[in-house]
Every structure is written in C-alpha cells, then in structure tokens.
Write a protein that binds this ligand. Sequence first.
Ligand SMILES: *[C@@H]1O[C@H](CO)[C@@H](O)[C@H](O)[C@H]1NC(C)=O
Ligand SMILES: *[C@@H]1O[C@H](CO)[C@@H](O)[C@H](O)[C@H]1NC(C)=O
Ligand SMILES: *[C@@H]1O[C@H](CO)[C@@H](O)[C@H](O)[C@H]1NC(C)=O
Ligand SMILES: *[C@@H]1O[C@H](CO)[C@@H](O)[C@H](O)[C@H]1NC(C)=O
Length: 456
Amino acid sequence: MVTNFLQNHQVQNNQFLLPKRHFVIYALYALIPLALLHYLLFNPVATAKKSVVVSQVREEAAVAISSHHEHVKVNDKHRHVSPPDDGDEVLKKDAKAGETPPPPPCDYSDGEWVPNARPPLYNGTSCATIKDGQNCMAHGRPDTGYLHWRWRPRRCDLPAFSPDAFLGWLRDKHLAFVGDSLARNQAESLMCLLASRSPPELVYRDGEENKFRRWAFREHNATVSIFWSPFLVKVAEKAEHAGVRHNNVFLDAFDERWLSQLAALDAVVLSIGHWFLIPGIYHDAGGEVVGCHDCAEFNHTEIPFFGVFKQAVHRTLAEINRRHVLAGGGDKVVAFTTFSPAHFEGDWDKAGACNKTRPYKNAEKEAGYTEKEMRKTVVEEVAAASAAAAGTGLRFAALDVTTLADLRPDGHPGPYMRNDPFAGGAGPRVQNDCVHWCMPGAIDTFNEILLQTITS
Ligand SMILES: *[C@@H]1O[C@H](CO)[C@@H](O)[C@H](O)[C@H]1NC(C)=O
Ligand SMILES: *[C@@H]1O[C@H](CO)[C@@H](O)[C@H](O)[C@H]1NC(C)=O
Ligand SMILES: *[C@@H]1O[C@H](CO)[C@@H](O)[C@H](O)[C@H]1NC(C)=O
Ligand SMILES: *[C@@H]1O[C@H](CO)[C@@H](O)[C@H](O)[C@H]1NC(C)=O
C-alpha cells in the first residue's frame, strides 16, 4: 500500500508535461485515497477524548493531503538567505503603534522577508490557545530561526503587531473568523497576539470538535469568534468512517451557522480554499449535480475546482451585501484571506517533507498555478463585492497573503505536528503537516496585515 502510494507519487512527479490543471486533477485521483488510508493506519493519537481528536486530526489531514500535489518549483541556484541579525527597524516604530493614523493605501502583498531580532509576542508556554499540532516549540522543533523574520512590503511599511491598537479598535465590537482550519490557525494566532496584552475568556465552545468558539475580552467589551465553514456555502461533509469520501457542496444554499449571525458582527475574516482540492460533489439549484471533483466512481462530470470555488466566493460575498442592506447597513468590514500555500517537497510521510529552515528569497520561488488562480479569484471577487457595496457602510478587503506565505517553507510544523516525533530513533516515515503554520510564526504576519486593513 505504502509502496504503491510512493510509486504513484514518483510517477506523478514526472508528469509535468500534462497541462498543469490536468496534472492537478489526475494527481489527486492517485493520491487522495491511498494517502488518507495511509494516514488513518498510521494515526497514533493518544488522548482521553480520542474520538474528538481523531476527527479533528482527520479533517486537518485531509487538508494536508489535499495539497500534496503542489510540487514546489525551486531554483536551487539562488538559495542564499542572510541570517537574522540585530538590526531591527521595527523596534523604532513601536512607540507610535498605539495611534492609528490613516496610512496611505499600501500593497502589503508585494515585499520580502527580512531578518528580525525582536522576539515573538507569545510562545508555546505563554499562550493557551495554540492548537497542539501547531505548537512546534513545545513539540521539540530544534531550530528557532523561523521565528525571526518580518515581512517588509516593497513600497510601504508594515508596523509590528500592536495588541493595544487591535484591542482599541475591537472595543464594543465582535470579530469573527469563518472558514477552514487555516481560518482557525489565523484566529488562534490573533488570540495569542491579543492575549499577550489582555487575557481572553472562553465564553462559548461547541462541545464536539472545537469548531465554534467565542472569547470575550471583558476589559474591552470585545468578542472574537471562530465559525467552522470550509466552503462558506452549505455542505454535507465527507465522513470517511462511514465510507463517504466526498463533500456534498450546495452552491445555492448558504451556511447559516455563521451567515445568520452576520448582523451581529462588526468584522469578519473569511478564509477558505484547501477543501476545494479534495473530493467533492457540487450541487446547484434544485439539488442538480453540476459537477464533481475527484469522483471517478460516479457518473458526474469532472470539473476543475477553480470554477466552483469562484461560485462559492462570489455568491457568499453577494449574499453578505444583500443581507447587510436588508439589515439597514452600518459599518462592517469583511476581509478575505487569500490562499495560503502548502510546502510539501516530496513524500508527505517522509521526515524531509518541509524541513527548510529559511524563507525563500523572492526570485527563488514562483507561485504554483493553483495558488495563483485561487488568490486571483479572491482578489477579483472582493473587488466586485466592494464596488457593489459602495455607500452601504460595508467594506470588503482582500488580505493578500499568498505570496508572503508562499515564501515561508520554513513556517510549517512538518513532523512537529506531533510531540517529539523522532523519539526512539528517527524513523524514516513520519507524518508532516506542511499546510498549517507553527505558532508563533509566519501566520502572525497575516494578523499584522489584518490590523492595518481593519483600521485603515
Ligand atoms: C515564553 O514567554 C514567557 C512570557 O513572556 C517567558 O517568560 C518565557 O521565558 C518564554 N519561553 C520561551 C521558551 O521563550
Ligand atoms: C459591548 O459590545 C456590544 C457589541 O459587541 C455592544 O452591543 C454593547 O452595547 C457594548 N456594551 C457596552 C456596555 O458598551
Ligand atoms: C454510470 O453509467 C453507466 C452507463 O450509463 C451505468 O451502467 C452505471 O451503472 C452508472 N454508474 C453509476 C454509479 O451510476
Ligand atoms: C531535509 O530532508 C532531506 C531529505 O530527507 C535531507 O536530505 C536534508 O538534509 C534535510 N534538511 C534539513 C535541514 O534537515
């Protein structure tokens, strides 16, 4: 089984002659079932609440596996990244981070990672909301260089995260993160950043899988929520244990678990994408199947996932606009985090799957086709929704992190998704998470940009 998986993968690696889009689809056929089975067979979860954890891990694994086809194209010739030094320009600006003068429009998406001596605002022991699988330091990740970079936009400045500025803005407000496990990763990063200043209180949590949570910052009368919604629209999620390996996605119906709360939210961060790469059947008006992705066993038409992703994004943003107007308008900001790339470089169950310890320099790494398309869709749809919302008090913004995230192959947990993965001798086969982000780490930058976006 494992051998098949590996062989399949090697073969797929050599098929770059296929048009990229087709390559993606065919690679997924080969990879998903084998990889998932493999994952479940080798899943050593040991916790009191085993069933809960298993389903959570499984969902993360699906995402991890789904992105495995993203083969990184690296130009090895230019891999010279200078080490972190002590020259830190951010420190000087910190004094004025409390104020929020209206900054000139800045393109935060274009820039480079530069060394940064300043320590992160939190760590694995100081913050309680780090998900176990992303607590890289606590799990024994030996290198710490990945903690010492900051993103420097080319033509403007990105201030270091200011918990005071964020909490000041959040006073009497409710901010919600809506999306998949990367939305949750970003929300948990924000919680740690804010907790470094003011302790949050968990006031609500969905008993089952921790997918719906709400925290209050009492001092500030501020609320942060997480809503699980990996497609934004309605879905009947796959259930591997019951033999259902496809998500059934309903493009003409909304996910009311979060959308029904819209009127009560002052700010929303949407973040989806990876779940469109895994097997899915897509339904439209009247329940009609309009296509499916990675579904050789059915007679549905195979469709590229880009189109249904665009539909889901478009319809959701249009519905937000519609409901906002219906509810009488008012100030609201909706930020949409663009696609966050994975960095598997070879076999996902091998120790080296994403073991880089330095960022790429811009010239070293060209974004893949999938990443570019997914990003472009969000940027375009946000611009369209923005135009439609003119004068209603509702503001849309793309949180354009695809490039900066793509340059951080060093930022993922890799084998350190588990505690002490090499205990008892380095086995050749360990699971790697090259999709989510270590905390603290690169994902904190998403929230530095979020702060600038919501306060601008
Ligand atoms: C984590 O942060 C706390 C509080 O800032 C600090 O006391 C501790 O030394 C830090 N631990 C590590 C490993 O950096
Ligand atoms: C607290 O914030 C909520 C909005 O999240 C607002 O409706 C309420 O009026 C605020 N309470 C006070 C005492 O300002
Ligand atoms: C697919 O179509 C073929 C021929 O039309 C039919 O024989 C087969 O039963 C169908 N399979 C499914 C799963 O519906
Ligand atoms: C990363 O993994 C590859 C393949 O296993 C190995 O050759 C390389 O030495 C590793 N690099 C580091 C920095 O551990």
